[in-house]
Design a protein around this ligand. Structure first.
Ligand code: MRU
Length: 342
């Protein structure tokens, strides 16, 4: 199932809010449509957000195209700003937009009259490269897993969160392809249940043995000795290896340490933000309080109860065993080794 389909200047996004109950695509014809879909989490997952935004730039350029270079540039600034204001934490969004911006300005300054095609090619490259990066992450990561192994994962870092294959779930898919016997425990991942709705669905569709648990069961399954490794994705990795990922990842890393279970992050180079020294500088998105008060529009808490709803947390580098990337596996000391590897 493809989360992102680009064809004839239309971006079709699989509505991940409805999965696994309903399979429905939303057609985006404008950059505003794309921005709305990112904000409302029709499309989600760090690499997928970046890819969708890149296509949003193509749609925007087509909409605001003008022979008046000054006007075109001004209107394009609005396109970039609108897409950049959708979600703050995943750096892949800003990475993809900056790549598209470079392409736009070099074409504009060179008076290139096929600017829309150049932008479309760049967005297609971002999409295709992501698929390749995931496969590489998968190959490197699969080698870390023993022949018979049970992995715990959180949220959805799978094909649905990327151009395909996935980062954390890509490692699991590659391990299975290598003939390893892999079982998965998936946290349901409140409040939006990406684990229950997306990861369980994705793995079952691929015939991978998956057991769903609620988030508060993770410690107990570790204590029972059922988990050999934890693998999660990432939304932003600072220069020192501190990693932002879906809320609840930090707690898992603490539990992993307490139970001496290896804790791996799987992410492509587009998820590294070397402009920031540590996780303290990562902006954490806070989402609507209704996400916590309700499940599927059904209220489960007092109407006006106070809520705190950070969408991500930061796992400190000392809780991470290794970061699996498209260039290889990075071990501590992360600050030095990230520099060498990048
Ligand atoms: C390969 S996806 C990695 C992360 O983006 C993923 O684990 C995650 O936290 C997604 O959060 P979401 O809020 O669903 O966009």
């Amino acid at each position: 199932m493809k989360p992102i389909i680009w064809s004839n200047f239309k971006l079709n996004l699989l509505d991940q809010r409805l999965l696994p109950i309903e399979v429905k695509y939303i057609e985006c014809n404008s950059f505003i449509d794309v921005a709305e879909c990112i904000k409302s989490m029709v499309v989600r997952g760090a690499p997928a957000i970046g890819i969708a935004a890149a296509y949003g730039v193509v749609l925007g350029a087509k909409e605001v195209y003008s022979n008046d270079k000054i006007k075109f540039e001004k209107d394009m600034q609005r396109v970039f700003e609108t897409l950049a204001s959708t979600r703050p934490t995943a750096v892949n969004l800003f990475w993809a937009l900056s790549r598209m911006k470079d392409k736009f300005y070099s074409a504009l300054h060179n008076d290139n009259d096929n600017i829309i095609t150049l932008l479309e090619n760049e967005a297609n490259d971002i999409f295709n490269e992501d698929l390749e990066l995931n496969k590489k992450i998968g190959e490197y990561g699969a080698k870390l897993l023993s022949n018979k192994c049970t992995v715990l994962t959180h949220c959805n870092a799978g094909a649905l969160a990327t151009a395909g294959w996935g980062t954390a779930l890509g490692v699991i898919r590659s391990a299975k392809e290598m003939g390893k016997e892999i079982k998965v425990f998936a946290d349901e991942t409140r409040p939006l249940l990406q684990g229950a709705r997306l990861t369980a669905f994705e793995l079952m569709s691929d015939g991978i043995d998956v057991t769903l648990i609620s988030d508060n069961m993770a410690g107990y399954v570790m204590k029972l000795g059922l988990i050999d490794a934890i693998i999660v994705g990432a939304d932003r990795i600072a220069a020192n290896g501190d990693t932002a990922n879906k809320i609840g990842t930090y707690s898992l890393s603490v539990l992993a340490k307490a139970h001496s279970i290896p804790f791996y992050i799987a992410a492509p180079y587009s998820t590294f933000d070397l402009n920031i020294k540590s996780g303290a500088e990562i902006p954490i998105e806070e989402r609507s309080h209704e996400e916590v008060r309700q499940i599927f529009n059904v209220r489960i808490a007092p109407e006006n109860v106070k809520v705190f709803n950070p969408s991500f947390d930061v796992t400190p580098n000392e809780n991470i065993t290794a970061i699996i990337t498209d260039k290889g596996v990075i071990y501590p000391p992360f600050e030095e080794n990230i520099k060498i590897m990048r």
